[in-house]
Design a protein around this ligand. Structure first.
Ligand code: F0G
Length: 462
């Protein structure tokens, strides 16, 4: 085992570089105006340090790049599919694999296979695309995460846990036959990258098995979750991350996966299942939306890179440094008094916009504002995770008003150095010092689906 006393230092050296462009304040003013104050609409060329997302923005290893040359681009039965299938079986433990172009491709197929109109899908907080597919298939999403998850200051070590009383209350209210599965994410992105404990997952699994309800894991960042279990949960300190990952999956009936996160690739995902009947249906449906069941919208080379990423993701030196980097930024911001979600999450540091900009009401979009101001300050791109992301209530048409109004500084894996982290911290601290001068926004364009991606805003005057 590596000693935890010594600093983690990046467990790789740099072989190829991609130059970064530093812009002027005027250039950024123009770029942000053109983007309607939405960081999703900025051009990457106008961004200095890109902390929008850890999704598909990872640096692949030399081994993964070498794997690209082994792409077997056959329409059917590509050798890379079988290698991917073997890797998923070995590291995640599920029997059946349906590759998809990314996570939401798997969410679409799973939702269509398991949900009937009028069903309810409980989950440990929502994720935007996951909930959108559940709703499109006719289900109502019900949040059954513990209350602490909605409190950015609660130090609970497993804020991703399911509240079994909330789950049981729903099942009693609507009946188990209306609950096709419980959607369990590990870690929970919208709560701040917070983990679920093994104990809680085991209890959810036992409860669901007794009621004939499936448990579906959102395994997108389950390796990061495994690291937190190793660090925080009694009995796991001497287990390997790979063992913990296998055990996590063993309490579930299947998983949707965005390989663009944990698996260190730029594109790819899958749906993994244990039940043959659901698998047959999913394998049939994937040909309608993604491609044949042995490529699911991916090139052979992409499947090879993902298969290799699966192995690299569970290497302890990698995961320790990955989460260590996020922790480093979070810790420095805490020391400077900047309000962030605690405990510090796995993939990102979440600025608490409610406490950062207490003079702005939620309808003035504090997190959207803060993400825009950070870009103006320094060219750093972050993402809103608050009222804009939460969308509208389907019945009343009003905004959903989430308790968490956050800006996510998300760290791509193996991409930025510690000096980039320092610049990020300095920029946020400077912004914090002039926070009282910051004005809010109004929304001037709102698309129908997943509005945060394309909505446009104007600065409020006065
Ligand atoms: N589940 C979780 C927990 C996610 O974070 C994401 C994507 C998905 C599913 C969907 O996967 O993008 O491959 O279709 N999250 C990205 C993010 C977009 O920035 O957090 P996808």
């Amino acid at each position: 085992m590596t000693t935890t006393k010594r600093s983690w230092a990046e467990p790789y050296k740099i072989k190829m570089v991609e130059p970064l462009r530093v812009t002027t304040r005027e250039e950024r003013e123009r770029a942000l105006r053109e983007a309607g104050w939405n960081t999703f609409l900025l051009r990457s060329e106008d961004v200095y340090i890109d902390l929008l997302t850890d999704s598909g923005t990872n640096a692949m290893s030399d081994r993964q790049w070498a794997g690209l040359m082994l792409g077997d681009e056959a329409y059917a039965g590509s050798a890379n599919f079988y290698r991917l299938e073997a890797a998923v079986r070995k590291f995640y433990g599920y029997k059946y694999l349906v590759p998809t172009h990314q996570g939401r491709g798997a969410e679409n197929i799973l939702s269509q296979c398991l949900i009937k109109p009028g069903d309810y899908v409980p989950g440990n907080m929502y994720f935007t695309t996951t909930r959108a597919h559940q709703e499109l298939a006719g289900a109502t999403f019900v949040d059954v995460i513990i209350d602490e998850a909605h409190d950015p200051t609660s130090e609970h070590p497993f804020k991703g846990n399911v509240d079994l009383e909330k789950l049981d209350a729903l099942v009693k209210r609507v009946g188990a036959q209306k609950v096709p599965y419980v959607s369990v994410a590990a870690t929970v992105n919208m709560a701040g990258g917070q983990p679920i404990s093994m104990k809680n997952l085991r209890e959810v699994s036992e409860y669901c098995r007794a009621k004939g309800i499936k448990v579906i894991l959102d395994a997108t960042r389950a390796v990061e979750n495994a690291w937190f279990v190793k660090r925080r949960e009694k009995g796991y300190e001497h287990k390997s991350v790979a063992e913990i990952l296998r055990e996590t999956c063993s309490y579930t009936d299947g998983a949707t996966m965005s390989g663009k996160k944990d698996l260190l690739v730029n594109i790819g995902g899958f749906l993994a299942l244990n039940d043959e009947k659901t698998f047959e249906e999913a394998r049939n449906l994937v040909v309608v939306y993604e491609g044949l069941h042995t490529y699911g919208g991916l090139a052979g080379r992409d499947m090879e890179a993902m298969a290799r990423g699966i192995e690299e993701a569970v290497e302890e030196a990698h995961i320790r440094a990955r989460i260590g980097q996020v922790e480093y930024v979070g810790q420095r911001l805490l020391e400077a008094g900047v309000p962030i979600v605690v405990p510090i999450g796995g993939h990102a540091v979440f600025l608490d916009a409610t406490r950062f900009l207490p003079h702005l009401p939620q309808v003035a979009f504090p997190a959207q504002t803060l993400a825009g101001e950070l870009y103006l300050e320094s060219g750093i791109r972050a993402m809103e995770r608050g009222i804009v992301s939460a969308g509208r209530n389907r019945e009343t048409g009003d905004h959903n008003y989430p308790k968490l109004e956050l800006v996510r500084l998300t760290f791509p894996r193996r991409v930025y150095t510690q000096a980039h982290c320092d610049v990020t911290v300095e920029s946020v601290v400077e912004l914090y010092e002039r926070r009282r001068s910051i004005k809010g926004l109004r929304m001037v364009y709102e698309p129908k689906y997943l509005r945060f991606f394309q909505a446009r805003f104007d600065r409020l005057e006065g």
